[in-house]
Design a protein. Structure first.
Length: 271
């Protein structure tokens, strides 16, 4: 282990670990101890930094805007406004290192899980937002049929792989590791994998005719699988296919010409 760290540090002009371990940012310190220095969760320094996260400056500011019900912004729509509403705060809190042991986190997480669709995914549209769109289109004469059926269809249409992957990643980091609801979401992601190995938003009418997977949707699905403690054979198989999809397109290449050339399946088949 020591040899690995020395080799890693030898590639840099300056050792950044002392900066990453500063007390002013307990989230960064916690992740540095765990991911870079590989301290166990039971180490006193890890425990101390983890406990400090909930009262850090950035986390305090986030919770100042949380309602007494546990949501941020709208109480009925957790996706918009983007980056300020409940889905996004859960993602941020999971990344910062919070856990469901904090009642503020568990309250928000349970709200999110109550909006999970029966199939397992999460939608950008809640009932309230879908109803608003329906009535607006109805006034314009652009929609027919009853509200309830239109609303259900709209909510399912926007059941996204990217959103579901992001929410599941956050919930796993927060501590919902063996929760059946999270397992259902992972199983849904497995079931909707595209034929090319990546992921699309499977029901979104704007992309319903697309055959090539979305890079972002694929990355989000793979990120959720990476947070699983023990992968089943099915999850490992789809994760490997997803990774191959990204590698096939050489996303690590910065050169646009190379990227464009890699999009040609004939070029890939000759490798």
């Amino acid at each position: 282990m020591l040899l690995v760290l020395q080799d890693w540090k030898s590639l840099l002009r300056v050792d950044p670990t002392s900066w990453l371990l500063e007390e002013s940012n307990p989230s960064v310190k916690y992740h540095t101890l765990r991911a870079i220095l590989e301290y166990p969760e039971s180490h006193p320094d890890v425990i101390k930094s983890k406990e400090a996260i909930s009262s850090s400056k950035v986390v305090t500011k986030i919770f100042e805007k949380q309602s007494r019900l546990g949501n941020w912004e709208s109480a009925t729509n957790f996706y918009t406004p983007k980056y300020r509403s409940t889905y996004w705060q859960i993602m941020i809190l999971g990344t910062l290192g919070l856990s469901k042991a904090d009642p503020r986190v568990s309250k928000a997480s349970e709200l999110v899980l109550r909006n999970q669709l029966k199939e397992g995914g999460f939608s950008t549209h809640a009932a309230g937002r879908a109803a608003e769109e329906y009535h607006d289109l109805k006034r314009k004469g652009e929609v027919s049929g009853g509200l309830e059926s239109w609303k259900a269809e709209k909510i399912r249409e926007h059941e996204y792989s990217c959103l579901t992957g992001n929410v599941v990643s956050a919930l796993l980091r927060i501590g919902y590791v063996h929760d059946v609801r999270v397992e259902r979401a992972l199983n849904w992601l497995v079931s909707i994998q595209n034929s090319d190995g990546g992921w699309l938003c499977p029901y979104w009418k704007a992309h319903v005719r697309d055959v090539h997977s979305c890079f972002y949707g694929t990355i989000c699905a793979l990120e959720s699988f990476s947070e699983v403690e023990t992968m089943s054979g099915a999850v490992r198989n789809v994760a490997e296919q997803g990774a191959e999809f990204l590698l096939m397109h050489r996303l690590f290449k910065a050169n646009q010409a190379e990227f464009s050339r890699s999009m040609d399946p004939r070029e890939y088949s000759n490798r």
